[in-house]
Design a protein around this ligand. Structure first.
Ligand code: PLP
Length: 492
């Protein structure tokens, strides 16, 4: 152990018995830099837009690879401070554009341990306990998604995009598709996530049949008609439904879609990246009725699960559905090792080297329990309902609909789409609020641009919501012209 007055050796290792002692002083520096950065920013976003942020990064980060290193403390202080000061911080109550959650401290702490231990989830001899934990936790969570399934199982993914890719891949490779998998007809709504279209492209499938969703959700009758009138009747089909759309948080009618898919012998994949964690809320899990009937389900815990990125799952009701992913590599899972009882991890992912994202998930589940997680979900959804009520009672604003999950679409009453877009950019340039945008019809059926508040901060207060509305009014008063917002304070 180095004498306390010596600077830590930047080449110290994080693991082993000495790892924690090397980490402790560095963590102290990191935590200070995080606090100083957040203080210096004093808002959800650095002001000044991409130009100001880019200049600050270029100036503070040069030289990127000095001839002689600066040492660990200086590098951490400077770069962690830079990132914190220039962050879009989802823990700020006015950072509400995307499904970008403020991670729980307990999950971030667990993730540090994952980084220090660095298990790699591609073979048992790199991750003995981590792989066993992954098996246990994924089985438990899959059982909750598919309570009636014969042998529920789940894969850990990097998120909804990978989950949707796997859902389409498993449908393409399903035994029922018997060699016709490449003709798989994917049907989804216009409300589906863009990753479904990309997955079909990546997997060499025909372009998905995208059904209009004027009501915001996929209509089982429209799916029935599309499956009946398909141009390729012999081909296998996959219906992709969404439980929690990215634009509005709407949940497709899962029981009706499951019945329609079953009647046509099509498979069903549900993208519950956003809405899936509602399973933890006793008050809200009914919104997911029918979810367990899917052949595969995408679920993210880095949205309504408060995990640091990445924390996704792809669940299936029957482990046998995962068989197409089986794969051998002589150095990772030789057949004789598997026969001798060493667990085979390669079939759990399309990735090879893989982080133990299950650790932070497991720690969070245990620390909060089902009730604790359910309470966070309920509070977040209630905050969205409060924001919607504030908007609805404000004659200068128009509310799109009452939120189902935690997304609220609204716009200044009578505004042009250009004004709505300018309001969002003005708030970003000032660093005062981060709101998203979405297209959806208004009450007259006219397609409009809306401001989107995606609430994911369970600790947001009514005052924060009122202040957010005030910021929108101030920004709207600036009109639809170009944004020349004086930077509130340039990044140092
Ligand atoms: C966020 C989201 C995705 C994509 O998930 P990533 O974790 O960003 O890959 C897919 N589907 C829906 C409905 C989402 O909201």
């Amino acid at each position: 152990m180095p004498a306390p007055h010596l600077p830590p050796d930047p080449a110290s290792l994080a693991g082993g018995p000495a790892g924690p002692r090397a980490l402790a002083p560095l963590l102290h520096t990191v935590l200070e830099a995080l606090a100083d950065g957040a203080d210096a920013r004093c808002g959800p976003l650095p002001p000044g837009g991409p130009g100001a942020v880019g200049r600050a990064v270029a100036c503070r980060c040069a030289p990127v690879l000095p001839r002689q290193g600066t040492g660990a403390h200086e590098a951490l202080r400077e770069l962690v401070g830079l990132l914190a000061e220039g962050a879009a911080d989802p823990a700020d109550p006015h950072c509400a554009a995307h499904l970008h959650c403020p991670p729980l401290a307990v999950a971030a702490a667990a993730d540090l341990a994952a980084a220090a231990l660095n298990p790699s989830m591609d073979s048992w001899d790199q991750a003995p306990a981590a792989s066993a934990l992954e098996t246990l936790v994924t089985e438990e969570l899959a059982g909750r998604v598919h309570p009636g399934g014969p042998d529920p199982a789940a894969l850990v993914t990097t998120g909804g995009t990978e989950g949707n890719q796997l859902g389409l891949l498993l449908a393409r490779e399903a035994p029922g598709a018997s060699g016709d998998g490449h003709r798989l007809r994917v049907l989804c709504g216009a409300n589906a996530h863009h990753s479904v279209l990309r997955a079909a492209w990546l997997l060499g499938l025909p372009a998905p049949h995208v059904l209009p969703t004027p009501a915001g959700t996929l209509d089982p009758a429209a799916v029935h008609t599309a499956l009946r009138d398909t141009p390729d009747p012999g081909a296998p089909a996959l219906v992709v439904a969404t439980a929690g759309t990215t634009d509005s948080g709407a949940v497709d009618p899962l029981p009706g879609l499951a019945a329609t898919a079953a009647a046509h012998r099509a498979r069903l994949h549900v993208d519950a990246a956003y809405g899936g964690p509602l399973l933890f809320s006793a008050a809200r899990r009914h919104l997911l009725d029918g979810l367990g009937r899917a052949h595969s389900v995408t679920l993210d815990l880095h949205k309504l699960g408060w995990q640091p990125v990445a924390a996704g799952l792809l669940t299936v009701p029957d482990r046998a559905f995962l068989k197409p992913l089986e794969h051998r590599a002589a150095y990772l899972n030789p057949g004789d090792d598997t026969e001798a009882g060493l667990p085979d991890l390669l079939g759990r992912s399309l990735r090879t080297t893989r982080r133990p994202d299950i650790l932070k998930i497991a720690v969070t589940l245990r620390a909060l329990g089902e009730e604790g997680l359910g309470a966070l979900i309920d509070r977040t959804c209630e905050a969205a309902a409060q924001l919607a009520a504030l908007v609805d009672s404000d004659p200068r604003l128009e509310l799109r609909t009452r939120p189902v999950l935690s997304t609220v679409l609204f716009r200044p009453a009578g505004a042009t789409d250009a004004l709505v877009a300018a309001v969002r950019r003005r708030l970003l340039a000032d660093g005062r609020a981060v709101l998203g945008r979405a297209h959806a019809p208004d009450t007259g059926g006219r397609e409009r641009l809306w401001l989107k508040a995606t609430l994911l901060n369970p600790h947001v207060q009514p005052d924060d919501l009122a202040a957010l509305i005030k910021l929108v009014h101030e920004a709207a008063a600036g009109g639809a012209g170009p944004v020349h917002s004086p930077a509130r304070r340039a990044v140092r």
